[in-house]
Write a protein that binds this ligand. Structure first.
Ligand SMILES: *Cc1c(COP(=O)(O)O)cnc(C)c1O
Length: 505
């Protein structure tokens, strides 16, 4: 309280050199209320129990400070321009509420990007949401075996499912695929050489670069081949007694076309086998491991994946990788996770690595992952129930019906406003670095604004609506892609647009 009272004095002292202004400035500043005076104003009474005292005081201080700055900068030159106490109180209230407004909020994704990394990648299926709910608010069998009535392992919940679904001998799930890559490199190539093609030294998303992850895991990166072509001999020529791993990285969101060649898993297996045989004969140390960072986590056969060159985790294992890892929330359609699969002996080693503790999954993620994987036991059910797979594989005709419904609904709701609303054919994207070359035919409701460029409507829908609505702004029109929308979103979209026309204009 004492601090608050001293503040105006400090300001006055700072300004004392400017003699002319001094008196005027200090007399204006004296008009500013004390923090407690604002706090005791009626406006604050409803907030005083909702927010901590200090946070209310801080917001009042911020508002007073901004007025003080207006005085110092000459924006306010007269006592009369100081806002009345009630206004300062109202502004402070608004400011305080801003501070406690939830930051992580639900949005409506009308962008047509299915695995939208900025919007949380995959949406969980109903079963997964239910499973999270079941374990989140109470106790659960996270590390307890009811069978043995003793301590159990948190890894057990998904390992058997993953092995059944892929044919792997063992599996472990960690925080995300970046963590999985780091852990595998650290366990099997720390202090040793890992060979990787220059064509696969990719950057994925903002902060995942293969060379950086290798450096972090203390593996010695040995680059082979060129950007566009790498041959089998490039790998075999670079093998030394210190080679611990042949690494293959899925190029994710990056594609090269034309004069391009890479070395298949099958060939890498052959190279590793030949060297491992030689080492065994001459009684030399460790065996070379073939590890694939598969990225997307495709678990089922589907035309869409096949035509876009995406192979399944089962394929990777069949073709001969020792270890393969992928994300949980890309094409797999589950929660954020990194899944590592392979031979049992290798997975057992990973479980003992201290990083497995540092990067372990929490109960909510494990619950969601287990529920998602269980659905995969029936591939057709997976296509229907897992939102990412459902959105990816829904026919354009079916999406069109929903787009037409949205267009009709918005036309009837927004008829009085200066807009033109129609259904148009467009393209959706898989997103999340998956299927980058795949144009997914879709249908959108397109809104043309007769009196403006669509930008202010876009901004309003994102910033002013309680549930931000993310659409696509292109050539001054807003596109609402029905592929990533459900009919339950229609009302909110219409309500928000109405609000835009009545409030923002
Ligand atoms: C996406 C991706 C990663 C990073 O996975 P996260 O789960 O986002 O950490 C690593 N490697 C490849 C090939 C990927 O596609």
């Amino acid at each position: 309280m004492g601090d608050d009272q001293k503040q105006p004095e400090v300001q006055i002292k700072q300004k004392s050199s400017k003699k002319d202004n001094k008196d005027n400035l200090s007399s204006i500043l004296k008009e500013l209320p004390q923090v407690d005076e604002v706090l005791n104003h009626d406006t604050f009474s409803f907030l005083s129990h909702a927010l901590p005292h200090e946070s209310l005081k801080n917001s009042i201080r911020d508002v007073l400070e901004s007025i003080r700055n207006d005085v110092k900068s000459g924006k306010i030159t007269d006592k009369k321009q100081i806002p009345p106490l009630s206004e300062i109180a109202t502004d402070s209230c608004k400011h305080a509420l801003q501070l406690v407004k939830p930051s992580l909020r639900k949005v409506i994704n009308a962008s047509g990007v299915i695995i939208h990394t900025n919007l949380g990648r995959s949406c969980l299926c109903e079963d997964a949401v239910k499973a999270v709910e079941d374990v989140a608010g109470g106790y659960c069998t996270l590390e307890y075996s009811t069978e043995n009535m003793a301590r159990g392992s948190r890894h057990s919940h998904v390992e058997q499912l993953l092995c059944t679904l892929t044919g792997a001998g063992g599996a472990i799930a960690v925080n995300n695929n970046a963590a999985a890559v780091m852990m595998v490199l650290n366990e099997f190539a720390k202090g040793h050489e890992a060979i990787v093609s220059r064509g696969e030294l990719v950057e994925i998303g903002g902060s995942f670069r293969v060379p950086d992850i290798m450096a972090l895991s203390d593996a010695k990166m040995v680059e082979v081949g060129t950007t566009n072509k790498t041959h089998a001999e490039d790998y075999s020529d670079k093998i030394t007694p210190d080679t611990a791993m042949l690494l293959k990285v899925h190029p994710s969101n990056y594609r090269m076309e034309g004069f391009v060649e890479d070395v298949s898993i099958k060939e890498l297996r052959k190279i590793a086998d030949a060297e491992n045989k030689r080492r065994k004969k001459s009684d030399e140390g460790q065996q070379i491991i073939v590890y694939e960072d598969q990225g997307s986590g495709v678990l089922i056969e589907d035309e869409l994946f096949k035509t876009n060159g995406e192979h399944t985790i089962t394929d990777s294992l069949k073709l001969g990788v020792d270890i393969v890892s992928c994300s949980g929330d890309k094409l797999l359609g589950g929660p954020q996770a990194g899944i590592i699969l392979g031979k049992k002996e290798h997975i057992d080693r990973l479980k003992k690595n201290p990083l497995a503790r540092a990067l372990r999954l929490d109960k909510m993620t494990l619950a969601a992952l287990e529920a998602t994987l269980r659905i995969y036991l029936d591939a057709d059910a997976a296509r229907k129930k897992i939102p990412t797979l459902r959105m990816l594989t829904e026919s354009a005709d079916s999406v069109k019906k929903r787009a037409i419904k949205l267009t009709k609904f918005l036309t009837s709701e927004l008829g009085d406003f200066p807009v033109e609303i129609e259904t148009v054919e467009e393209i959706s994207r898989a997103g999340g670095g998956s299927l980058p070359m795949c144009d997914i035919a879709t249908f959108c409701t397109k809104i043309t604004f007769k009196n403006d460029d669509g930008y202010s409507a876009d901004k309003f829908l994102v910033q002013e609506n309680e549930i931000p609505i993310i659409s696509r702004l292109s050539k001054e029109c807003l596109y609402f892609d029905a592929r990533t929308l459900s009919e339950t979103n229609f009302k909110e979209i219409s309500k928000a647009l109405k609000k835009y026309f009545t409030e923002a204009k």
